[in-house]
Design a protein around this ligand. Sequence first.
Ligand code: HEM
Ligand code: HEM
Length: 222
Amino acid sequence: MPYKSRSSFQLSALPVTIFAHLIVIAVTTLVLVWLLHFREGLAFKSVIKAKIFNVHPLLMTVGFILMGGEAIMAYKSIPGTRNVQKGFHLTLHFIAFLSGIVGIYAVFKFHNELDIPDMYTLHSWLGMSTICLFGLQWLIAAFSFWWPRAEKQSRARLAPWHVFLGMVIFLMAILSAETGLLEKFLFLGLYRSREAMIVNFTGLLLLIFGISVGLTVLLPQS
Ligand code: HEM
Ligand code: HEM
């Protein structure tokens, strides 16, 4: 049996998807506790400008990354026909994309209202490249695999590139979140505190989430 064969892993994707779902719950809880308990809370309009900023990490982690990861795992975690899985894959990715757009809008709004310059950090460059590539990947995939739908042969040629580039973009999103969390940690001067533990564990769990999602793509469904 060739060592690259999916079945040679001797493991199905199911336990890994369950583990990844648990991380989704853990990260969502950590981010909410961080922003609602340790920070100022959330708002789109407020005199407390930090509330506007806080919408950014919430939507980028929970809306963009966790939802995007669930979308990728849909081919392994959603029971039903391939078309049903494809419907979930496409829709969850669309929700992730919308969250990403609103999340980035929030941080631009925050910068604008406090007269802070835009796009001067590595984090912002990585983040902007990620969201642009994500939008492009979604459009190309929707035209090729959904509507109007390319011919069977073209779809088969495109599929491995779609999967590879999809994983690259997903990992870029994780990298953006890691740099964003680190940047915020330093801006806030957190050092040794309970809040620092929450921020660091969020980053660690996001990395483990990325690895788990990557593994489910390699593993067979059953
Ligand atoms: C996929 C995840 C993320 C993406 C795509 C992303 C994207 C961006 C972009 C494009 C900006 C630039 C906005 C501007 O220049 O006005 C920005 C700013 C910022 N983000 Fe994120 N972000 C992500 C996650 C996070 C997370 C989890 C945090 C942690 C709290 C964070 C913290 C910040 C901070 C502090 C800024 C302002 C400073 C700067 O321009 O870099 N980001 N983000
Ligand atoms: C930016 C958004 C997207 C990303 C990051 C992405 C990523 C991925 C990944 C990583 C896989 C592999 C899943 C696995 O084999 O377990 C995959 C499969 C697939 N995706 Fe997407 N996807 C996106 C949007 C879409 C859209 C809008 C469609 C339209 C229907 C689509 C159609 C497919 C199909 C048909 C497959 C199966 C390919 C095969 O035969 O191996 N994707 N996608």
